[in-house]
Design a binder for this molecule. Structure first.
Ligand SMILES: Nc1nc2c(ncn2[C@@H]2O[C@H](COP(=O)(O)OP(=O)(O)O)[C@@H](O)[C@H]2O)c(=O)[nH]1
Ligand SMILES: [Mg+2]
Length: 193
C-alpha cells in the first residue's frame, strides 16, 4: 500500500467519542516523546499531520487519521510521562483500556521504542497487556538516525532477545531521514484485508 490520501479526522477524549465504523484500525502506542506523532508525519509524508512536541504528555487524546479511506491510524496517549498527575494517569489508564477492549476493528498495534534505550517496565506491561487481549503487535524502533547501522543491529538483537520477540516483527525507522516507510507499508498490507 501507499499513503496517498491522509486526513486527520478527530480527537476523542472518551469512549463515547471513539470512531466505530467498518474501517480497520491500526493503533500506535509508546511512551511520551518516543516519536508517535513523528511516525504519523513520516508515513503520511506531511510534517504537519500530527503535532510533534518536545514538551510531551499534555494531551490524553485518541487521535484518528483516515488513510486512503482504507483504514485509520490511531495515535494513543503516551505513557510514562513523569509530570502527569495521578488523576491524569488514571484517566489515561481507562481511556487506553476502553480503546483496546472489545475493539474488533483494531487489527494491529505498533509499539514504539527508542532504538537507543532498553524497553522500560511500562513498555513490558503494555506488551503483556496487548498479548493478553490477543492484539497483534509490531515493534517500531524510532530515531534510528541517532546510532550507527551496527549499533542498530545490536539493539534489534538485544530487544528481540529480551522481549522474546521475532526480529521480523521489529522495524527500524527514522523520521528525520525518512527511513522505514516501505517496511511499514508491507506490514500494513499483511494486516489490512
Ligand atoms: N532524530 C530524530 N528525532 C525524532 C525522531 N522521531 C521523533 N523525533 C523527535 O523526538 C521528539 C518527540 O517526538 P514526537 O513525535 O512528538 O513523540 P510522541 O510524544 O511520541 O508523539 C521530537 O522532538 C521529535 O522531533 C527520529 O526518527 N529521529
Ligand atoms: Mg505525540
Amino acid at each position: 500500500m501507499r499513503f496517498i490520501n491522509a486526513k486527520f479526522i478527530k480527537s476523542a477524549s472518551k469512549k463515547a467519542e471513539f470512531i466505530q465504523d467498518e474501517l480497520p484500525q491500526i493503533s500506535i502506542v509508546g511512551r511520551s516523546n518516543v516519536g508517535k506523532s513523528s511516525l504519523i508525519n513520516l508515513l503520511t509524508n506531511n510534517s504537519k499531520m500530527a503535532k510533534t512536541s518536545s514538551t510531551p504528555g499534555r494531551t490524553r487524546l485518541v487521535n484518528y487519521f483516515n488513510i486512503n479511506n482504507q483504514f485509520y491510524l490511531v495515535d494513543l496517549p503516551g505513557y510514562g510521562f513523569a509530570k502527569a498527575s495521578k488523576n491524569t494517569t488514571s484517566a489515561w489508564d481507562s481511556i487506553m483500556n476502553d480503546y483496546f477492549v472489545n475493539n474488533p476493528q483494531l487489527k494491529l498495534t505498533f509499539l514504539l521504542l527508542d532504538c537507543r534505550l532498553m524497553p522500560t517496565q511500562l513498555d513490558l506491561q503494555m506488551l503483556d497487556y496487548l498479548a493478553g487481549l490477543e492484539i497483534p503487535v509490531v515493534i517500531i524502533l524510532t530515531k534510528a538516525d541517532k546510532i550507527s547501522r551496527s549499533e542498530l543491529n545490536l539493539a534489534i538483537d538485544k530487544i528481540s532477545k529480551q522481549l522474546r520477540f521475532n526480529k521480523n516483527r521489529i522495524i527500524a525507522t527514522s523520521a528525520s531521514k525518512k527511513q522505514g516507510v516501505e517496511q511499514i507499508a508491507a506490514i500494513l498490507d499483511e494486516f489490512i484485508k
